[in-house]
Design a protein around this ligand. Structure first.
Ligand code: BGC
Length: 700
């Protein structure tokens, strides 16, 4: 029997309470009440239970003690690793390496599966241009093109299902939609934006995730143009189901159906249940609103049972696709061989290396030489495993983490003395600590100063109004700088930081984000030149929070020459796509295959890249376009392609991009995708501000 028929047959045997049960996910587990709910078939999914043995115990109740024996779907937030913690997603996006990102997602899924999980609540594919928002750490930054590549890779990795030759995991792209555009960077806040912009900027990563096969989607907390997403039929039915043909499961966010009341959208929890189910939310995460009210709503004829049947069919279909009916249990012996397996740890180091972005390297302070006799390592984050795990660190443990101090110790020759001082805390410090650190720095040839944010300074609801380093850390940095010892600033953070002072005064800055279990190894690899840094920023770095929103694909405006502030430079601190290498890449010979194309045509764009330095290295070659005149004004630049290439010292490579209608079009005010005739500019370059420029026409 195929899955469709199996679902039909099972559905026909279900009572209404059992159907509503499938639509109910419990996020917190209370053994006294919840075990009996599982036994009665009144729960379809659990979130937050850990370990194969616990999961098996609960699964056994569902499978062996409930009337129909429908297995539970076990969900977990596996955002950047399960036990082998990889770099935070924003850091992974700096790699511009979808194949490697797919690999880390696949490993995370495998590890989670070994602990009985079948549904990971990731990737977060929300585009955001507001680094004040703590959840910027969970996404791929500001750009829909790069964001879509990362979304596709993560879904493919999670649902790769190549382990034991059986399907075992579903992805859940989230949060649909517009969540990254909350006002003031304050979590859960209002989103009000044009539908056209929503389609152009927020939707593409979701569409890419669905094209990649994502089986489920999570709804956002926020309201969108006056209608909360959990009750937004236009978003969930018209766009997601009718226009995109999504056939999977739509799950609410945590209590977001219940919150329809707080939003002032539903008068009661009962009305919230009706609005959510009628809008296309198939599963209720945690609010219990469906559990409490759907039964009566159907019995009173207010909600049609057909709507319930559609939701339940999707959920059952997912359970069949995952093979849960045949294999509901997980071998408890698996975890010990899968979690932190040596190849997972090795991939974590590789990914961490590719996630690092070299922001400044004046006078080639880096890479550090093994001939240094005394090296200072200073700062509150140099030896802090928890901070390096970042937000949403799953089952990660700080004891699994190689800290930066430890990583440096393993990378240096026996003759090099490492002197470590904390210097201050992350939020507070004393004069004594600072003086002691400065004294150590002054004894050394180079001072590595590790500053930034703890894990809980970013992530959900960890928003900031300032992007500066906390004042005690800033004061420590200045004190070390004042010793005259050259400083290498290593940033550990979950969001862009406005480190303008450092850019002006410190010779070298290395952005390491929160790199996970192999943070120290990877940081040392880069500091000592075992890995030539290649990462490029997926998000613009402002000089100060007052510049927000600041992003590369801005509109021209009527007075482009008059963009300025009276109190600050208008340019970003570091542009989107920016990142240095220990070698130098030279771009030449931009060649377009034709001067003009039809609106359905395509065009090849080539450029030569030469490694002019003395070290092998990878370069991320970026392609941008600008539609010069259009019926809807277009951004000054839009990313439309990239390649990551490896060039030996002295080597030249030609890279080729193909531009098609899909890259040249946009969504107009009628919500249609159009390619308009006219002139286009095109750039191939190392970031969003530099590059070779060409021109072509789209004929009418
Ligand atoms: C977050 C989701 C997460 C869910 C379950 C919510 O607060 O917004 O991203 O998946 O909790 O933990």
């Amino acid at each position: 029997m195929n899955i469709k028929n199996k679902v039909k047959a099972l559905l026909a045997r279900m009572t209404l309470p059992e159907k509503v049960g499938q639509m109910t996910q419990l996020g917190t587990f209370n053994p006294t009440d919840d075990l009996s709910l599982i036994r009665e078939g009144r729960v379809g999914s659990l979130l937050g239970v850990k370990g194969a043995e616990t999961v098996n115990e609960l699964q056994r109740i569902a499978v062996e003690q409930s009337r129909l024996g429908i297995p539970l779907l076990i969900a977990a937030d596996v955002i950047h690793g399960y036990r082998s913690i990889f770099p935070i997603p924003l850091a992974e996006a700096c790699s511009w390496n979808p194949a490697l990102v797919e690999e880390t997602a696949a490993i995370a899924a495998r590890e989670a599966s070994a602990e009985g999980i079948q549904w990971v609540l990731s990737p977060m594919v929300d585009i955001t241009r507001d680094p004040r928002w703590g959840r910027i750490a969970e996404g791929a930054g500001e750009d829909p093109y790069l964001g879509s590549e990362m979304a596709r890779a993560r879904v493919k990795g999670i649902q790769r299902n190549d382990w034991n030759n059986r399907p075992y995991m579903m992805a859940c792209p989230k949060h649909f939609a517009g969540y990254g555009f909350i006002e003031a960077g304050r979590d859960y806040n209002t989103v009000d934006m044009s539908i056209r912009r929503l389609r152009e900027i927020c939707f593409p990563p979701f569409q890419a995730a669905i094209e990649a096969g994502a089986g489920t989607i999570m709804v956002a907390f926020n309201e969108l143009n006056g209608v909360p997403c959990a009750g937004n039929g236009w978003l969930l039915k018209e766009v997601l189901q009718q226009q995109w043909g999504f056939e999977g499961v739509v799950v609410s966010d945590w209590d977001s159906i219940g919150e329809l009341v707080e939003h002032g959208y539903a008068r009661s929890r009962e009305e919230a249940a009706r609005l959510a189910i009628e809008s296309g939310v198939h599963m209720d995460m945690q609010s219990l609103v469906y559990h409490e009210h759907l039964l009566d709503l159907v019995r009173q004829g207010i909600v049609s049972e057909l709507v319930i049947d559609d939701a339940v069919s999707r959920i059952l279909s997912m359970k069949f696709q995952l093979g849960l009916f045949d294999r509901p249990y997980t071998d408890p012996a698996l975890a010990s061989t899968i979690l932190l397996a040596p190849d997972h740890v090795q991939t974590a180091r590789h990914m961490a290396c590719e996630s690092i972005v070299l922001l400044k390297n004046e006078g080639n302070v880096l890479p550090l030489k093994q001939t240094i006799r005394k090296l200072a390592v200073i700062g509150p984050l140099a030896n802090d495993g928890d901070a390096l795990l970042g937000c949403w660190s799953g089952q990660g443990r700080s004891s699994d983490v190689v800290t930066i101090v430890d990583g440096i110790h393993t990378a240096v020759n026996a003759g090099m003395e490492i002197l470590y001082a904390k210097g201050c805390g992350t939020a507070e410090g004393t004069e004594n600590e600072k003086t002691e650190a400065a004294a150590i720095a002054s004894l050394c040839e180079v001072a590595i100063v590790v500053l930034g944010e703890t894990a809980n300074m970013s992530g959900e609801n960890n928003n900031r109004t300032s992007l500066d380093l906390p004042s005690c850390q800033m004061s420590l940095l200045k004190a070390i700088h004042d010793t005259g010892t050259p400083v290498v600033l290593v940033l550990v953070n979950g969001r862009p930081l406005s480190v303008e002072w450092a850019q002006l005064h410190v010779p070298a800055i290395v952005e390491t984000w929160q790199l996970g279990i192999q943070a120290g190894m990877a940081t040392a690899d880069v500091l000592f030149g075992h890995y030539n840094p290649s990462g490029k920023l997926p998000v613009t770095f402002p000089r100060n929070a007052g510049q927000i929103p600041i992003y590369y694909s801005a509109k021209k405006t009527g007075r482009p020459q008059m963009k300025h502030y009276v109190d600050a430079n208008v340019e970003p601190l570091y542009p989107f796509g920016y990142g240095l290498s220990y070698t130098t890449f030279e771009y030449s010979n931009l060649v377009l295959s034709k001067p003009s194309i039809s609106p359905q045509g395509s065009l090849k764009v080539q450029a030569c890249i030469f490694n002019a330095g003395s070290m092998d290295g990878e370069e991320i070659v970026q392609l941008y376009i600008c539609d010069e005149f259009a019926s809807i004004t277009r951004p000054v630049k839009e990313l439309k392609g990239f390649w990551k290439i490896m060039l030996r010292a002295g080597e030249t490579q030609t890279v080729e991009f193909e531009l098609t209608a899909e890259h040249l079009g946009f969504v107009n005010n009628e919500q249609q995708f159009v390619v308009e005739p006219g002139s286009f500019r095109v750039w191939v370059g190392p970031n969003s501000t530099d590059g070779l420029e060409g021109k072509f026409e789209v004929d009418s």
